[in-house]
Design a protein around this ligand. Structure first.
Ligand code: NAD
Ligand code: MG
Length: 391
């Protein structure tokens, strides 16, 4: 290990982004997996511990246990002597450990907020995949980063693209940003067809292999609504400065338009390993595992405006960008509950966005919430959505 080796803690290492992070680190010089975290998939977590021998591991689904619980009992006992932490508190400890230079925040949903915030408070570089942390706690997270000097770097491909394009001008020269959306599996479906969506159809994303929650979010367009809010906080944008276009090929990851009318785009194959790698190596670029685009064969890039049903979710994103405060916590919580209910067959696909809107409209936004008030807004919205589902 060189003296400049960077220690990485991957929160959510057993998920899609977590596994892609490990694939990047396998091929990069100068980075070490110092910590891993997993939730319920102990077998996979144990495999990762065997391979990377991290100094610490957090396992959140339980609050106690032994190293033996972590490893498959049928294997020969393994001589891993790192620190094992259990429960949500273990995650916070891992995220703020002094030895850690970079925290990859790759837990899905509001469950990642506390540890992401802990990493921010500890002044880490936070490679942020967990967009829900910013949707719920945007202002609190950004202010904490300002105070601690933490560097929030995007992993979400659209935000990584914008971040890269922003290097082409000054911040006050930006007119607007244009987020691209693949449109998911139903981009050419009409409202009638959306009434009949089955779970396995919604889980079959045409371009990306991701965890189930974000895959459903992509199909409803709620993912793009969450990304509008994420962009608002990451880049300090006004709501009217954020546009969305449908781009089915997922090659142009987003664009920035400057005041002179010039537009910069970032393009690469649809592979999350690239934005993950850039978040780790920034400000440098290094060769990595991602294949390059093929410029020798013909291909085309489509960019279309979103249709009427796609705009419904985007409007919720815009509304939250305008209202701020507790409204993001409410939108996120209602959506998390609705997605889970859809996956369990308790509501239909077409009900997800309208039910979120209904509850968001009932909510009185607190414009300057504390962390505790965000958690309360989240709990209120979950309860409201659960009642909506039962009604
Ligand atoms: P995933 O479902 O594949 O993985 C989620 C990870 O979070 C797993 O490691 C799981 O163990 C952990 N986890 C789940 N519930 C937890 C809890 N209650 N406490 C602690 N840990 C918990 O999800 P993913 O697709 O890797 O997405 C992770 C985040 O990255 C999401 O916020 C998503 O929006 C964002 N993101 C993902 C992609 C992608 O390509 N997968 C792209 C952009 C952004
Ligand atoms: Mg994205």
């Amino acid at each position: 290990m060189t003296p400049t080796t960077k220690n990485i803690a991957v929160l959510g290492s057993t998920g899609s982004i977590g596994r892609n992070t490990l694939a990047v680190v396998r091929q990069l010089q100068g980075f070490r997996i110092w910590g891993l975290s997993g939730h319920s998939n102990l077998t996979q977590l144990a495999d990762q511990v065997r391979e990377f021998a991290p100094a610490a591991v957090a396992c959140t689904a339980r609050t106690d246990g032994t190293v033996r619980d972590l490893f498959d009992r049928t294997e020969t006992p393994m001589a891993w002597t790192g620190r094992l932490m259990w429960g949500p508190q273990g995650l916070v400890e891992l995220a703020s450990a002094p030895e850690v230079d970079i925290v990859v925040a790759a837990i899905v949903g509001r469950a990642g907020l506390e540890s992401t915030l802990a990493a921010v408070h500890a002044g880490k570089r936070v490679a942020l995949a967990n967009k829900e942390a910013l949707v719920v706690g945007g202002q609190v997270v950004i202010e904490a980063a300002r105070r601690s000097g933490a560097q929030l770097v995007p992993v979400d491909s659209e935000h990584s693209a914008i971040w890269q394009c922003l290097a082409g001008g000054r911040r006050d020269e930006v007119r607007r940003v244009i987020l691209t959306a693949s449109g998911g599996p139903f981009r050419n479906w009409d409202r009638q067809q959306l009434q009949q969506v089955k779970v396995d159809e919604a889980l079959a994303h045409p371009n990306w292999r991701m965890g189930p929650k974000i895959t459903i979010d992509s199909a409803t367009m709620m993912n793009k609504a969450l990304e509008m809010i994420e962009a608002r906080w990451l880049f300090d944008l006004e709501p009217h400065q954020i546009e969305v276009v449908i781009h089915p090929q997922s090659i142009v990851h987003s664009l920035v338009e400057f005041v002179d009318g010039s537009v910069l785009a970032q393009c690469s194959p649809p592979d999350m390993k690239l934005p993950i790698q850039y978040a780790l190596t920034y400000p440098q670029r290094m060769p990595g595992p991602v294949r390059t685009l093929d410029w020798t064969s013909a291909w085309k890039l489509d960019l279309n405006p979103p249709n009427a049903w796609q705009c419904e979710a985007l409007e919720l994103g815009r509304l939250v960008c305008q209202r701020g405060g507790t409204s993001g916590a409410v939108l996120n919580a209602t959506n998390e509950v609705a997605v889970q209910a859809f996956l369990e067959g308790r509501i239909s696909f077409a009900e997800i966005v309208p039910s979120c809107r209904e509850i968001l409209e009932q909510h009185q936004t607190n414009p300057t919430p504390t962390y505790q008030q965000l958690i309360e807004a989240d709990a209120w919205a979950r309860q409201e959505m659960n009642q909506w589902i039962l009604a």
